[in-house]
Design a binder for this molecule. Structure first.
Ligand code: AMP
Ligand code: MG
Length: 415
């Protein structure tokens, strides 16, 4: 049966040659079902919150000092050299705190409760102590008092569902009194490499064989996005073998990523089996590199057929699969895990665009004064994975647009 016929058969629901924006839109029609689990806070770094978190306490819990020094009454310290009687010490964690009356001072440590009667703090550096008294040589500052609840009031939701738990967010959850948190379960993603020529690295190579790299790269990307990659044995170019592995992957995983076999070639079996037996939503994106991806579902599980060229598979994962994984886990663009940030870059060299296609050339981005500046280093072939290591960014040249030296362009700065 001819390819044209097959495409014809599916053209009702399948779009061919879509823009990246349209491809992203179509992927949202088939999201993964991600459920939740409760994990200890110490295990929660890098996870995505599944519910809002409200504070169980006021933060700070009580008025306290921001400095080591003296708790005083501001009115007693109007003149330099005022001498105040020492009434005791307020230490962090201590319960009993002496009150401060007129003409009195209480030694106070950072974070210790403010004594009753005190309304300002003098830094220890601005004082001298002699015979049970302290002489004040510097300003008494109300601003050195951290007021109860000034950061957060009990009941305030300070972390929202869909937030990536960064180290700072973990600290905040602990500050709010949460020893465990409800997070999105890590999605299990099947990673399947397809091609007769592929040999696992470390094994002897036969004539015409090459080392397989994409399933390793894609698995690392899945991990970086907070998923659990499940690598399957490499698939020879056999449609029966491919069908069996896709079936197995659909049973054990939440989504499937394949690499290779999605172009126009006779042996591009992922495309063929998807067209004949799967549900295809789109094939091909108007971008370079990374033109041939296919997307749809296999046995009810979302499936991304990525191109085999190593750069293409990385680029398509970065711009298409990563945002999908992030929103499947309940994140919005700003707060979720991601692989790149959109920036404006001043190019030091000209870049060639691609007619009719968004062009993602590998560029090196660096800060130079106020500007981000871009250059290119290695050659740009989509088979040259070294270009993804030697550079840290991707141009976003609109279809048909070249970039002159000195022009500022949109780009992705890879994280
Ligand atoms: P394909 O998309 O199957 O036509 O493959 C395009 C190019 O990528 C060919 O040169 C393949 O040898 C290469 N390739 C395909 N899959 C992989 C892989 N898993 N690792 C490394 N290279 C690959
Ligand atoms: Mg192939």
């Amino acid at each position: 049966m001819g390819r044209t016929l097959q495409l014809h058969r599916f053209s009702g629901c399948m779009e061919i040659g879509v823009s990246l924006e349209r491809a992203l839109e179509i992927t949202t029609q088939l999201m993964m079902e991600v459920t939740s689990e409760v994990v200890l806070l110490e295990d929660a770094a890098g996870r995505v919150l599944y519910s809002d978190i409200a504070s169980k306490v006021d933060d700070p819990r009580f008025d306290n000092s921001a400095m080591d020094g003296w708790a005083v009454r501001e009115a007693d310290c109007q003149v330099t050299g005022a001498t105040l009687r020492i009434v005791g010490t307020s230490q962090a964690g201590a319960g009993d705190v002496p009150a401060v009356g007129e003409g009195e001072a209480c030694s106070i440590m950072t974070g210790a409760p403010l004594p009753e009667g005190a309304d300002a703090i003098v830094m220890v550096e601005d004082s001298t102590v002699q015979d049970g008294s302290v002489t004040i040589n510097g300003p008494a500052r109300p601003g050195y008092i951290r007021r109860r609840g000034e950061n957060l009031l009990e009941g305030t939701v300070a972390l929202n569902s869909g937030t990536l738990l960064t180290p700072a967010a973990i600290s905040l959850a602990a500050t709010m009194g949460h020893g465990d948190v409800c997070v999105a379960r890590k999605p299990r993603i099947a990673v399947i490499g397809v091609g007769d020529e592929l040999t696992p690295p470390g094994k002897p190579l036969s004539e015409g064989a090459i080392y397989e790299s994409n399933t390793f790269g894609i698995s690392s990307l899945v991990k970086k996005m907070g998923g659990i990659p499940q690598r399957f044995d490499l698939i020879r170019d056999s449609i029966d073998n491919l069908r069996d592995v896709l079936d197995e992957a659909a049973k054990s995983c939440d989504a499937i990523i394949t690499s290779g076999g999605v172009s126009m070639g006779k042996w591009d079996l992922v495309r063929r089996i998807m067209e004949e037996e799967g549900d295809v939503r789109f094939w091909r994106i108007m971008m370079r590199p990374g033109g041939p991806p296919i997307f749809g579902s296999w046995k009810e599980k979302p499936i991304f057929g990525l191109p085999g060229n190593p750069v293409s598979s990385h680029v398509v994962f970065t711009v298409l699969v990563a945002p999908w994984l992030s929103s499947s886990m309940g994140c919005d663009e700003a707060s979720g895990p991601r692989l790149a940030n959109r920036v404006r870059v001043l190019m030091e060299e000209p870049l060639r665009g691609a007619p009719g296609k968004l062009c993602l050339r590998r560029i090196s981005i660096r800060q130079d004064g106020d500007a981000l500046v871009g250059t290119t280093r290695t050659h740009q072939g989509s088979g040259n994975i070294h270009s993804m290591v030697a550079h840290n960014g991707l141009s976003l040249l609109p279809p048909g647009n070249d970039c002159d030296k000195g022009e500022t362009i949109d780009a992705l700065w890879l994280c």
